[in-house]
Design a protein around this ligand. Sequence first.
Ligand SMILES: Cc1ncc(COP(=O)(O)O)c(C=O)c1O
Length: 301
Amino acid sequence: MLHDVRAFPQAPLQPLQLSWLSRAGIDVAVLRLDLIDPLISGNKAFKLLEHLNLAYANAAPGIISLGGAWSNHLHALAAAGKRFGFATAGLLRGQPQDTPTVRDLQAFGMHLHWLGYAGYRARHRADFWAPWQARYPHWQCVPEGGGGVLGAQGCAQIVAQARAQRSALGWDDYHGWWLAAGSGTTLAGLVLAEQGAHPVYGALAVPADHGVAPTVEALVGPAGAAYRLYDACRGGFAKVDESLLRFIAECEAESALPLEPVYTGKALLALRDQVEAGAFAAGTRLIFLHTGGLQGRRGFA
Ligand SMILES: Cc1ncc(COP(=O)(O)O)c(C=O)c1O
């Protein structure tokens, strides 16, 4: 039986001091979702929230979901299962791998099933879940990354967290959000919560043909005008290059903000590129959403 896990702690909103921001006269504050919990943190926690609440309402004995061998989503789900006392199963992409993330999933008690690559590609088929529902009766099936409408609804809470703290920074208002986008679910949640009040800028951690724009459009409907996507993937998902790593090291040294190369590092680098290209006027105030994922840094040690 699941426990009710409705409330998450407040993520701190912290000013970000970086020379390229001050040169351009841009104020950025970081909403540190990475700090809300040592394990169930980042945007993953918010994307899981409504899935967990539904599983709780349905008295589901467990939750089953999908991801890769470095999945931040499976990591947060498995940790939540262990913390709140519900069973979890993870369907993994590819052949069995021994990564620190996979070892954590095992330690948290998640049942693991490796689907191969072709088996994983079948995840969007209508009949994909049937054998898993037969194997795990009454368990809740959560889409890859905790996405879908429920995932976006949980992320809407993020906006309230920022609004509650902006005056403590001396900000009467802010002019937009900047965040990494993988499936676009988190971005869609912010767009829905903002209802056009502030634009949401998404830095794509995946190539442009990965379907983020249609996913966001399907989730936000007519609120869609209030967001924009920027290419930030640097040649492919999880592709890392020397200048990205140097940028991350420089930003961490200057600001002490921990970043990882797959999402948050690429998102901040794409922001620097836009700031230096003059995309934002001096005096602009942006909230950079730290979406967490720091457990994945172990893959780049
Ligand atoms: C650390 C991190 N940031 C950003 C994202 C992208 O989130 P979304 O899939 O909601 O766009 C993810 C998940 O995929 C993530 O793990």
